[in-house]
Design a protein around this ligand. Structure first.
Ligand code: SF4
Ligand code: SF4
Length: 444
């Protein structure tokens, strides 16, 4: 048998076998980690992607045998802890992904290890709080409470206490909570005529996401204004809960399943009624496009939602291809440094945000396609903050190049992280989400 490198066939992703007891068998997991770690040690392509691989290679190089068999099994967790499931090693580097016979799916192996750990030990309070985005948002977005939380988050002494008690790094700039949530304040759609295109349904359902609902409702209002400008009728998804991505990253798969049970029925109803479902946060979009279909491969409703789910820029660019998008932009944007987040890249839809921004006259887009190193909650945690800033450094430098007027990322959390990491560089560059930039360019 030849061990051919790479594959001539398109990569495939196996469903996640998370309901079987074998999935949680520690000895079987350790054996699989030893097998995959050994392949990675011989390959080392991913050394600069994140800190999981350097951690692994340091463990190998400092072991008595200088091979994977010299690493203590207990130290495998050090590699797992450094992985924030961005998926880039699978999508962009690895020549041994299925259908290759070596069957390497590093992110899903890390996810399995996180799930086994969660089943055995649960998670500390800090991780349970940070991953409960909906509950935290509901509480913190109450007016007065929002103002108090926002003020406290900016006080150095309070942040030092928070680091000591909760393990949230004192220097991490946290998003504000809005005192006025998106969903209850979304203006009703005026357009009613449905014009289906070849590539796009003519009516849209908005899955707002916890982040837009509680932290940056302006992104949601801007998206609605863009739809209105293009005479696209829209509805809000009747009821929504967190997509489950923060719980997935924690390995809490049972809670992911509960959130799926809350979200999928109303979403599937809309999908079957011919709506395009737009989700303005890439990680949440990815949850419906990739992670839930892999966790529930036989579920027809999950599949219907997967097929109806669009990144907003994917939808708008396809709408333009259908000849149904207005390009009457009135305001030029100048130099835009645009970061494409990992969870947008792994959706495999190309650089749709860049494509749309480039339609705006007087706009030059400097696209930065590299992991910024924050992830949803990983870069907030005291023990990972320094690594998160280290991983992001090349992105901060590239985003500062060319005297940008705006810096922007589809992931608003990455956008904030990048602005923080840029420090004093490009002090005049304003941080705006791409959806906000498009509204600004339309002059609406
Ligand atoms: S999924 Fe991302 S963070 Fe995890 S090992 Fe791969 S590249 Fe690193
Ligand atoms: S994940 Fe694949 S490409 Fe990356 S180090 Fe391991 S074997 Fe090599």
């Amino acid at each position: 048998m030849t061990n051919r490198e790479g594959s001539l066939e398109a990569p495939t992703r196996h469903p996640l076998d998370w309901k079987s007891e074998a999935f949680y068998d520690q000895a079987a997991l350790d054996k699989e980690m030893a097998r995959v770690f050994d392949i990675c040690h011989g390959c080392r392509r991913c050394v600069n992607l994140c800190t999981a691989f350097p951690t692994l290679f340091d463990l190998v190089d400092n072991s008595s045998t200088m091979e994977v068999d010299g690493i203590a099994r207990a130290d495998y967790a050090k590699v797992v802890d450094q992985c924030y499931l961005c998926d880039m090693c699978y999508m962009s580097k690895c020549p041994y992904v299925p259908p290759h016979q070596w069957n390497v799916d590093f992110p899903h192996l890390m996810l399995r290890a996180k799930a086994v750990k969660f089943r055995r030990q649960g998670a500390p309070l800090r991780d349970r709080l940070l991953s409960s985005t909906d509950a935290m948002g509901r509480l913190a977005a109450i007016p007065v409470v929002a103002q108090t939380v926002n003020a406290v988050n900016k006080v150095g002494a309070a942040r030092s206490v928070m680091q000591g008690v909760l393990g949230v790094h004192k220097d991490r700039q946290l998003p504000d909570y809005a005192s006025s949530k998106f969903r209850p304040n979304a203006s009703p759609a005026r357009s009613t005529e449905v014009r289906d295109g070849k590539n796009t349904p003519g009516k849209v359902a908005i899955y707002a996401t916890c982040y837009v609902n509680y932290n940056e409702p302006g992104i949601g209002h801007d998206l609605l204004a863009i739809l209105e400008h293009n005479a696209i009728p829209w509805v809000l998804v009747e009821k929504e809960a967190c997509c489950g991505m923060p719980k997935l990253e924690l390995g809490d798969l049972e809670t992911v399943a509960k959130l799926k049970d809350a979200n999928i029925p109303p979403l599937a109803k809309l999908a079957k009624a011919g709506y395009a479902i737009l989700t303005p946060i890439p990680s949440c979009t990815l949850m419906y496009k990739q992670e839930l279909p892999l966790m529930f491969p036989g579920d027809g409703d999950v599949k219907a939602v997967q097929e109806a789910m669009f990144d907003p820029f994917e939808y708008l660019v396809l709408r333009n291809r259908d000849g149904l998008l207005k390009t009457d932009f009135k305001e030029k944007l100048g130099n835009v440094s645009y970061h494409i987040p990992c969870h947008s890249r792994v959706q495999n839809v190309g650089q749709k945000t860049r494509e749309l921004l480039q339609l705006i006259p007087g706009t030059t887009v400097n696209t930065v396609e590299r992991c910024a190193g924050h992830d949803g909650t990983w870069g907030v945690k005291a023990e990972y903050y320094d690594n998160s800033m280290k991983i992001g450094r090349p992105v901060f430098e590239k985003m500062a190049a060319g005297e940008p007027d705006y810096i922007s990322s589809d992931c608003p959390i990455a956008g904030r992280h990048i602005r923080q990491g840029m420090g004093e560089e490009s002090p005049n560059a304003r941080k705006h989400h791409p959806i906000e930039l498009v509204r600004k360019a339309y002059g609406i």
